[in-house]
Design a binder for this molecule. Structure first.
Ligand code: GDP
Length: 170
């Protein structure tokens, strides 16, 4: 199945979005020393298109580490394993330094990135998403992981960037 990785700094709502998309989490054996990758994989589908989801926020590191390093590990796992990266930011906080850091790493990924602006719980707040244009991933898509608003638009954008499965082409 194609893989969608949810990436973003802490507290932007990655887990909330993951839980909305995925019915159950599955564990896998970790293959990176010191990094726990349990409970971050799940399955989802949108408009009949199935895909796997990775919540990189669920990655834990054994050793005390500055946040920048955790972001790097999260982004690297996404870059290695994802077909599409779902970059989540917090529309209420605006662009932060940590967002810029994530963006910088993702720009080197050469993978499709969909930029989702979370915590836009009300239509009147849509304008809060505009400032995220400057992260350089095209049109920011406002949504609310908690209330489910805009998640359809987000998934439309994600699915549109997924590779077409080989069996669909036959
Ligand atoms: P993560 O660290 O990126 O996985 O973020 P979480 O999913 O743990 O969410 C961080 C905080 O943001 C929690 O207190 C959530 O309840 C809150 N949150 C997540 N999504 C939304 C949303 O759509 N709207 C609002 N208002 N709060 C949200």
């Amino acid at each position: 199945l194609p893989v969608v990785a949810i990436v973003g700094r802490a507290n932007v709502g990655k887990s909330t979005l993951f839980n909305r998309l995925v019915g159950r989490r599955v564990s896998i054996v970790e293959d990176t020393p010191g990094v726990t990758r349990d409970r971050i994989y799940g399955k989802s589908e949108w408009n009949g298109v199935p895909f796997r989801v990775i919540d990189t926020g669920g990655i834990e590191m054994d050793e005390e580490d500055e946040m920048g390093n955790l972001i790097r590990v999260q982004a690297q796992i996404a870059i290695d394993e994802a077909d599409v990266i779902l970059f989540v930011v917090d529309g209420r906080e605006g662009v932060t330094q940590a967002d810029e850091h994530v963006a910088q790493v993702l720009r080197r990924a050469h993978k499709p990135v969909v930029l989702g602006v979370n915590k836009i719980d009300h239509v009147e707040q849509h304008a809060l998403s505009y400032e995220f244009y400057r992260l350089g991933f095209g049109e920011p898509i406002p949504f609310s992981a908690e209330h489910g608003k805009g998640t359809g638009d987000l998934l439309d954008a994600v699915v549109a960037r997924l590779p077409i499965a080989a069996e669909d082409q036959e």
